[in-house]
Design a protein around this ligand. Structure first.
Ligand code: D0Z
Ligand code: ZN
Length: 662
């Protein structure tokens, strides 16, 4: 299925035919078989472009893009919620149409380069240039090949399974036979899930584990070999992606060159209202502000893991093996919190237990998220949201379970797709996805090219900003915690758990695109794909592969966003913006105490500030949106540091006899 591409393009407002655009509504826009006349054929090509033409051109683009987005979003939705070869093909062809339209339209629009235009038109001209993450070559065969590659890579990832022979396999077989496997508790729990899904008929078949099963092992097992098997098992899905990825890079670069970019990475970096070079420097600057805090966290966590697994396995001054941090990619670490809780006997932070005890169902969990937004004065979610969303993993068919938020585009048709489990993690993810949904809702009346975040990082940061206000005090009002941490020890536990997610994520959030930028620019050659990947994992995260790797592996492809072609720096930025947004909204809400204690829940004033920013969409450079909400024109990691300051001091003290670094 087409996923990233289709949606990536749709969500950045990409998609439709060039001048002259097809007639509105009555027929499929920009059908491949009968493409709109190429811009070169336009009659007045030689005459200088005028503002009036530009006006007509962009209003045609707006109309066409709406129609194309609707078609491709519907095709992609049906595909991802009903995965078959047929829906794959339907989604891919909608995608291909969008790519064809865009590449023609971008070239046609260069006619207006250099022309003085009113601000809104000039802004649309700017945004059109960066409105795709996968530019297609104009050669139809190459374009079709690229669209198919994108679909195949996402599909291969989605179908990835590990069919075990080792310990996990025994657990799976034991579970199938109805024999509980005491002592291998955690691995067997996941394997049992897989066995159950195999159904009654599958009793004799080999039991294969999906990503969700393997992730559960990573989250809950403390047995070295079991963790290793789950880690290696998942990473073994990726080698078949390697040749496809290599070709995708070559074809994508060809498409980028046609629309005036040195390579795809430069196009990705161009979407931030600054030069690609300045943007890269900006990410380095922000990481520089935060690295000292990450290093302290890494140091403490490594020492605690050493206490669990022994110093033969977790060495001094050595990187942490990537499979013992509670997450398949070592990107968020809160699942190993129990191994290293700073202080025992403090109020429990375990919200999952409460969600299960209260037997909250999927819709009730989504309603909790909605209630947070309505408490700030946002509208209730439209009825179609509840009718059309997918909240629960269907038992009878394959779907893409990776959570997502959809702007199908037709009159506020907004949805989420998520296989919700009764866990704290999913409650937070619901807030994340609703952040997208409410952003869509606030800007849905703007021209389609403005229907995006101020930048991609803004879009990713909204739900997470609200989730920072899902504090123990707020959870207590929902009956989801019993006691609110009150003293210094309780506070350190709380901040430490948050840091295991938010701070641990930062170097990962940065390195994914660092790797792809180098790949697209040719600095990293295909023969060094895996080597370069692990060099960055070591440099930024201080983690190492738990078993030797070679170029027969393709470990980047074991991460969804690489397989699906979704840019990732957005998440790095969002992890910084969200604290900056939180600080600004807390101020608007009249909060005075420390930042980590603030919840904006129920504040109309904070809601108003937030809505004003969201309603801008991408109509202005992001620095203006930032200023409207925070009074600051730049990204500033200072709010992250402020939030975690008590923890930073505590970690420094804990680490004073440790040799930190790797
Ligand atoms: C389908 C996009 C979003 C709109 C873009 C508008 C979409 C899916 C993606 C899913 C999640 C899964 C868990 C939360 C988000 C994801 C990353 C990084 C991360 C993020 C937050 C966090 C920790 C990690 C990961 C999403 N709409 N222009 N995308 N998260 O394309 O039309 O739904 O992958 O706390 O590695 O897990 O952003 O919501 S669409
Ligand atoms: Zn998101």
């Amino acid at each position: 299925m087409v996923v990233a591409l289709g949606l990536g393009a749709a969500c950045s407002g990409a998609a439709s035919p060039p001048a002259p655009p097809p007639s509105p509504g009555q027929q499929a826009p920009a059908a491949l078989a009968a493409p709109a006349a190429p811009p070169q054929a336009a009659p007045r090509q030689a005459a200088p472009a005028t503002g009036a033409e530009a006006q007509a051109f962009f209003s045609g683009v707006d109309r066409d893009l709406r129609a194309l987005r609707l078609r491709s979003a519907r095709a992609a939705w049906v595909n991802q919620t009903y995965l078959t070869d047929d829906t794959d093909a339907l989604a891919a062809s909608a995608e291909e149409e969008m790519m064809a339209y865009l590449s023609r339209t971008m070239k046609a629009a260069t006619r207006f380069d250099g022309l003085a235009l009113p601000p809104d038109l000039a802004r649309q001209r700017t945004l059109l240039k960066v409105s795709t993450t996968l530019p297609a070559p104009s050669d139809p065969a190459e374009r079709a090949e690229l669209a198919a590659l994108a679909v195949e890579m996402t599909s291969l990832y989605g179908k990835g399974k590990y069919c075990p022979k080792g310990k996990l396999g025994q657990a799976a077989r034991a579970a199938t036979g109805g024999v509980s496997a005491p002592g291998v508790a955690t691995g067997s729990a996941a394997a049992a899930g897989a066995a159950a899904r195999g159904g009654a008929a599958g009793a004799a078949a080999p039991k294969c584990l999906e990503l969700s099963d393997l992730s559960e092992v990573l989250r809950t097992s403390r047995t070295w070999d079991e963790l290793l098997e789950a880690w290696a098992g998942w990473h073994a899905i990726a080698p078949p992606l390697r040749p496809k990825f290599e070709r995708y890079v070559a074809l994508g670069n060809k498409g980028a060159a046609e629309i005036g970019f040195p390579d795809v990475g430069a196009l990705w970096r161009a979407g931030y209202d600054m030069t690609p070079e300045a943007f890269e420097a900006e990410t380095d600057r922000l990481w520089g502000q935060l690295k000292p805090l990450y290093d302290e966290l890494h140091c403490y966590v490594r020492a605690r893991l050493r206490a669990t697994y022994g110093k033969d396995r977790i060495g001094d001054k050595a990187p942490i093996p990537a499979h013992v941090l509670g997450n398949m990619w070592a990107q968020e670490w809160s699942h190993v919190y129990a191994l290293m809780e700073p202080y025992k006997g403090q109020p429990s932070l375990d919200v999952t237990r409460k969600i299960k005890a209260k037997k909250l169902d999927e819709k009730q969990m989504v309603s909790l998220g909605e209630r947070f937004f309505t408490s700030l004065g946002f509208d209730p979610l439209p009825a179609t949201f509840w009718e059309r969303s997918l909240f629960k993993k269907p038992v009878d068919r394959d779907v893409v379970c990776h959570a997502s938020a959809w702007d199908v585009g037709d009159r506020d048709d907004l949805r989420i797709k998520m296989c919700i489990e009764p866990t704290e993690e999913d409650l937070i993810t619901i807030h994340h996805e609703l952040g997208h949904v409410y952003y869509y809702h606030q800007y849905h009346e703007l021209p389609i090219l403005f229907q995006s975040g101020a930048n991609e990082g803004f879009h990713e940061g909204i739900g997470d900003t609200l989730a920072l206000s899902v504090t123990p005090s707020y959870l207590k009002t929902l009956g989801l915690v019993d006691r609110v941490p009150e003293d210094e020890k309780g506070l350190i536990n709380f901040l430490f758990k948050k840091a295991l997610d938010k701070i641990a994520f930062l170097p990962f959030g940065k390195l994914i695109d660092q790797w792809r930028w180098d790949v697209f620019s040719g600095k990293t050659r295909p023969a060094d794909y895996n080597k370069a990947w692990w060099a960055l994992r070591l440099k930024y995260q201080g983690v190492a592969p738990p078993v030797p790797r070679s170029e027969a592996d393709f470990d980047p492809g074991a991460k969804y966003h690489v397989a699906a072609g979704v840019t990732y720096t957005r998440y790095f930025l969002a992890h910084i913006y969200q604290f900056q947004f939180h600080r600004a909204l807390c101020k608007a809400a009249g909060h005075t105490g420390p930042l980590h204690a603030c919840s904006i829940h129920g504040s109309e004033a904070a809601g108003e500030k937030l809505r004003a920013m969201l309603s801008l969409g991408a109509s202005r450079p992001w620095q203006e949106a930032m200023q409207a909400m925070t009074g600051e024109r730049e990204a500033d990691a200072g709010a992250v540091l402020e939030y975690f300051e008590p923890l930073r001091r505590w970690l420094k003290e804990q680490n004073k006899n440790e040799v930190c670094g790797w």
